[in-house]
Design a protein around this ligand. Sequence first.
Ligand code: ADP
Length: 395
Amino acid sequence: MDSFTLSQLHGIFQEVQQKQDWKAALDTLFVSLRGSFVFDNVAVYLKDPRTSGLDVAYARAVGRGKTAEADSAWGENAANEVLNTGKMVLDEPMLARGHANRLTLTYLLGFPLYIGSKLNGALVFIRFGGPKYSELHIQTAALQTFWTAALIERRDLQEARAELDSVQRQMRLQDDFVSTISHELRTPLGFIKGYSTSLLRQDTVWDEATQREFLNIIDEEADRLTRLIEDMLESARLQSKTLQFKFSPVRIDALVRDVATRVNTHYPNLKVSFDIDLLTPILGDAVRLSQVFENLFSNAVKYAPDSELVITMRSNGDKVRVTFADKGEGIPEDYLPFLFERFYRVPGERTVTGTGLGLYICKQIVMAHHGNIWVESVLDVGTTFIIELPVAPTL
Ligand code: ADP
């Protein structure tokens, strides 16, 4: 078999480099160089940082013994030897001639994988029934090893960067949250303090209607404070997974209608219409599920104030699907992936108060029911929240 020209190699490496996914890149690397180096199976073994044992991170069967793809135990000894010695391992049978079943003879070639200058794994090739590895084969395999290590290092860097991005976003959200929350706490406190001071003034006599009006405001603002503090505690409990759920049969349609009636007493202008198929009761926590729907109603009131809210409910035997669709301003597509994160609020000019906890709480509750919640939104058309709950979650 011929060796590759430099320009052919360059083409192959460019193709490998362009593959975003490291496993797809390895596929290309091994398949493209088969013209110069043929093998049956290849596997990448990496050290597990927690157990310090070896994990199979990648395995491909390309030649004989294709079924061995998932079972990469064949290379484990060679991989361990590579890791112990830090050197290439060539393991070929001494007496191949006259052997009854040549294919049971294994020819192994293993290389150390240095990732970020640390010996972190091994790349092992196998040929069933030979032939022996030539000098050119070994050189090609060494080149592939070098590339494999570079691709794994690239993967590690990509993962580390994604994690850093997420941590940085979370820190920014926490910062925003502190300013939001101080505003959210101060506003109701300001009302309560102001109206109670007015009522207590010695120099003024308020008529009864005014007194009632002031007391009503104080009462409502105290409720708002309670809700806010409840939300903060709830989100902390949900995050630390210390919130207890009590599951029992729940009729979702009745539950959503109850919540709607309650919301309507506070917001008589909110128009809600229902489109409900006959629903089977589900196993769920009625109090927590009410909370999910209250949040969706409250968001519709806040972010789509003049729009009708259309609620549909369907079941398909083992799942119930509830959708809340409004015809509000909608949410720009770029922000949609973050909507359910703790403290996340869509940036921009804001007149609407909020903490960014509502949808996070919804998602945690739905997930505790082994369900799913997501959003679809089109600017100037509207926003739809979709919730899917299993009828009988395995708890
Ligand atoms: P909050 O309402 O306290 O800001 P949420 O977690 O309930 O927090 O919502 C997160 C963000 O999602 C809101 O800040 C808002 O920008 C956006 N949002 C939620 N519901 C809607 C809706 N129905 N229409 C448009 N935007 C919405």
